[in-house]
Write a protein that binds this ligand. Structure first.
Ligand code: SF4
Length: 290
């Protein structure tokens, strides 16, 4: 895919052509990859199918090799059957995020979106919104292209990797892409998508990467659940007309700078944050031995 240089560029192009951001990304891919729109949709449909299967499989009873993950999605979902819900959409998003993220921990097949550690956030948002509002599959596929465009910009101008920029770069980027795409799914403007993207990144600015025992399980699985809710909150605010005071590309730049300032102990080395707690060290000894 030919690179986009900024979110502003995506928004400007979409506005100039009176189309959604997904259209710009799809056209870009068609030109660059010399593929038809149908071929691209078919390819993206396979990714969407893998995401759905990861959700279905992750919802089953299973345990990761470390014993740290598995069964949380089902436990959460069953506890909400009582009807004590803040929002059915949020419930569905959390369930999907937990399922897919736990399935990843159990070595299941997932789609890195944009990374394996943050794989539950984007499908959680897209599936929950599409299911709740009964949107056609093609719209969900377009939303995936939209998210790809956003992640491309963040990867180019900052990072999508916890090892490079902390969890703000990994779960933050996934939430930002999901929020931006959710706005498009709900009929919001490209400008609103840009604000949703900025807001989702701002909500987790500075979030460190501190996987217990070096495994993408604790706190990663639950951060996928909070990442999905982060994205939905950002999308809700943007759709209501609330804007980010800081323009999205400046937020991305700030995220990059925060990642650079972050010590290595807080970037996937499992030497700081939650990974350095007494309990985490005990877990690490149990899993890896002394
Ligand atoms: S804590 Fe680190 S490994 Fe876990 S999801 Fe966040 S960035 Fe990925």
């Amino acid at each position: 895919m030919k690179e986009f240089n900024s979110i502003r560029e995506l928004v400007t192009q979409a506005e100039a052509h009176h189309c959604p951001i997904s259209r710009i990304v799809i056209d870009n891919q068609m030109n660059y990859l010399k593929k038809t729109e149908d071929e691209l949709h078919l390819q993206m449909d396979e990714h969407l199918q893998v995401m759905w299967e990861a959700y279905q499989n992750g919802y089953q009873e299973m345990k990761s090799p470390s014993g740290l993950s598995g069964g949380m999605a089902k436990k959460y979902h069953q506890s909400t059957v009582s009807g004590k819900l803040l929002s059915p959409l949020t419930k569905e998003a959390i369930t999907i995020a937990l399922s897919i993220s736990e399935y990843n921990a159990c070595m299941g097949r997932i789609v890195a979106a944009p990374t394996a550690g943050s794989c539950g956030i984007l499908p959680a948002v897209l599936f929950s919104v599409s299911n709740t509002f009964q949107l056609e599959r093609k719209k969900t596929l377009d939303a995936l292209f939209h998210s790809a465009g956003v992640c491309m910009v963040i990867a180019k101008n900052a990072s999508i990797s916890g090892a490079e920029g902390g969890c703000q770069a990994e779960c933050g980027s996934a939430a930002a892409a999901a929020a931006s795409a959710a706005v498009e799914l709900m009929g919001g403007t490209p400008e609103m998508s840009a604000h949703a993207c900025a807001l989702a990144l701002k909500f987790v600015m500075g979030l460190v990467c501190d996987p217990v025992a070096g495994l993408v399980e604790v706190p990663c699985v639950k951060r996928n659940a909070s990442g999905a809710v982060n994205a939905l909150t950002a999308a809700e605010l943007a759709l209501s007309g609330i804007e980010s005071a800081i323009p999205v590309d400046e937020v991305i730049e700030a995220m990059k700078n925060v990642g650079t300032m972050m010590p290595c102990a807080l970037k996937e080395t499992a030497q700081g944050g939650l990974a350095a707690t007494k309990t985490a060290r005990k877990i690490s000894e149990r899993v890896h031995g002394r």
